[in-house]
Design a protein around this ligand. Sequence first.
Ligand SMILES: Cc1cc2nc3c(=O)[nH]c(=O)nc-3n(C[C@H](O)[C@H](O)[C@H](O)COP(=O)(O)OP(=O)(O)OC[C@H]3O[C@@H](n4cnc5c(N)ncnc54)[C@H](O)[C@@H]3O)c2cc1C
Length: 740
Amino acid sequence: MKQTGPIKGELVLVGGGHAQVALLKSLAMKPVEGLRTTLVTRDIDTPYSGMLPGFVEGTWTEADIHIDLAKLASMAGARLVHAPVTGLDAEAGRLHVNGRPPVPFDVLSVNIGGEPDVKAIPGAASHCIPVKPISNFRDRLSALTTMGHPERLAVIGGGAAGCELALALSRQWLDATGKRPRITIFARSARLVPEHPPRAARLLYECLTKAGCAVRCGHPVSHIEANRLHLDNGDAHEFDACFLVTAVAPPAWLRQTGLELDAAGFIAVKPTLQSRSHPNIFAAGDIATIVGSPRPKAGVYAVRAGPVLADNIRRFVAGRRPKPWKPQTRALAILGTADGRSVGIRGNHASHSRFWWWLKKWIDRRWMAKYTDLKMASPPAPAALPGLGKTPDSTDPAFEAMRCLGCGAKTGHETLAAAMREAAEIAVGLGADPRLMPPDGLNEDSAILPVPETGEMVQSIDVISEIISDPFQLGRIAAVHAMSDIYAANAVPVWAMAAVTLGSARVDLQQSQLAQLMAGGLVALSEAGAQLVGGHTGESEALGIGYAVTGWREGPPNIPSAGDDPVLVLTKPLGTGVVMAGHMKLAARGAWVTAAADMMARGNGLAAATLAPHRPVMTDVTGFGLARHAMNLAERCGMQGIEIDLAALPLLDGARAMLEAGHRSTLHPQNRAAVRIAGADSVAPVADILFDPQTSGGLLAALPGAVAPGIIKAFHQSGQPAAIVGRLNDVPGLTLTNQD
Ligand SMILES: Cc1cc2nc3c(=O)[nH]c(=O)nc-3n(C[C@H](O)[C@H](O)[C@H](O)COP(=O)(O)OP(=O)(O)OC[C@H]3O[C@@H](n4cnc5c(N)ncnc54)[C@H](O)[C@@H]3O)c2cc1C
């Protein structure tokens, strides 16, 4: 992300709820100059829960009901940290994130919703399927139906969500098995949907009865055992599966934040959506209660809060007074009844008709379209200098409109020293070896290293640009990427020196960015047993990070001969280039992007150790793409060509889809031009993956054909992916097999 000026403030968004997506979209449309935005979210695909019953009954697909937060964040130029928040220090302005360094903020916006409180009923945590988090609910429901549709279902919670879900489950079972399940709804309240008028309860009761559901009101569930729940009146009820759709509760960690909370533990906010105790912290949706005008925990209020949240955060950052908001007291509620109709409720009116179902679908689709039909505006391609009469070469990346990155003064001494101290602390907190942490105040540009008595020293350097926006993860990837050259030389990394360029920013924001980047690197180096011994940090328009790594090896690799029938073993799936290229155009699913990032962050140490007994000739698969790297390997073995089995290639999720959609990374044309394909008039589109530049790719080893299957077995036994993807031969160029 090219910076357009110094970063002067840090806005952090926790959760991607219904209000937060509106804030992100507003920042995408009209960024705030100098404000860096970071989204920290547990889920990349955030559900629009109002459509959940429609999904369960089969009206909507999974894609229909989810918003891809990675795309929205990318469009807003926001950093994306894919991890759950576990705590917050409101006074210190620091967010605690699972498996990540603390994230500092100037302004915070919390929209994490709530979840049924599994602790409120003894046994619920082990014997119930809570409806939220929806990602878990979805997985557990599909696991349940995969085992066959059990007959006796219990639904705890007689509110709107409980009734809708019961009817949707009944519909799904009917469509799947031709038979409705025996569902019983248990409600502590005297009647169904106490939040709505009695007529609505009657209409829902009729629908439930018609669907063969039973309703038990007035007796709370006292405790739950395996396949049996008990009511406070001593009645017991058998079930095969039990769904928990009770009122949402706030997460327990909120109580240690220092924020003012309401009696139930939700964040107490003013009508401006600012915390009553901390004006720089905003909250919206189920997690917030507007003191003085509380509203039901319903998505419609979270949706309506969105534009208010965006406007008030802009006002706050600009030093202007945020505006109070009074949500309407009676919102239209439309509850799906899984029969092509819905119950529409407004005030004391309630009716059941096809119109309401049509309106609900229309409202939900229109809202979702705002956050799913996203297009990234393409900046104009740089024009050639007319007077020079040189027509730009179409493969020259300099003339690309949007260059997907695969590259001038020092950062202040105090900032650097403080950032390194913080990074070491964080890394040790995340499991790094304290003995491998850089000595305090490390900021020397040179390191005095002992020369080993035996073996050979190996050195390599690699620098990457901001391929992902999560600084900790990016730091990890940069270290893993740089160490891979060392592993590829049959060596182990021992020492490393960092090279970092950062965009200009307020000193404390610079320090936190650097600390997160370096913490990621220190964790990866420590996992590999390597020590950071120095580095250089400077400023530039774009963020860049890399490492010069020194390693040690016993001796040179074993070069196989043609007689050994050498085969190629690849240790990581392919596709980082094309997935990231698709992401830059908002075409790749966020789940593919975070999976690619997790794969890039995975070290090659274990793979190298698995291969080490054979000391094979190897390379790591990076910028030139698999084909060119494999050709280089063939040339090192004195052979003329490679044969690649397209069917054996492991691909990242989304890589094939992005190739078929025509996406290609900027370096692709040059990589394609660097390899001659033997004997083929046309090649399968998936073959283009061979020219896809990889960041932090796997190792590619050339091994005698006879030993390779045993090695693959060793990889799979240790839970590592690896595959034989081809062989070296003496047919000049690249030969493709299994193209169909
Ligand atoms: C079955 C069902 C049907 C419903 N139907 C309707 C309806 O028709 N109309 C209506 O108005 N309401 C409906 N509701 C209520 C509605 O779901 C909620 O009120 C709404 O989801 C609240 O939205 P939110 O923006 O507060 O949070 P959510 O939509 O719950 O979003 C929370 C976000 O925060 C993220 N997150 C959560 N915890 C963390 C963490 N620790 N760290 C980082 N990220 C985190 C999640 O990944 C998610 O992105 C229904 C609820 C259910 C269960």
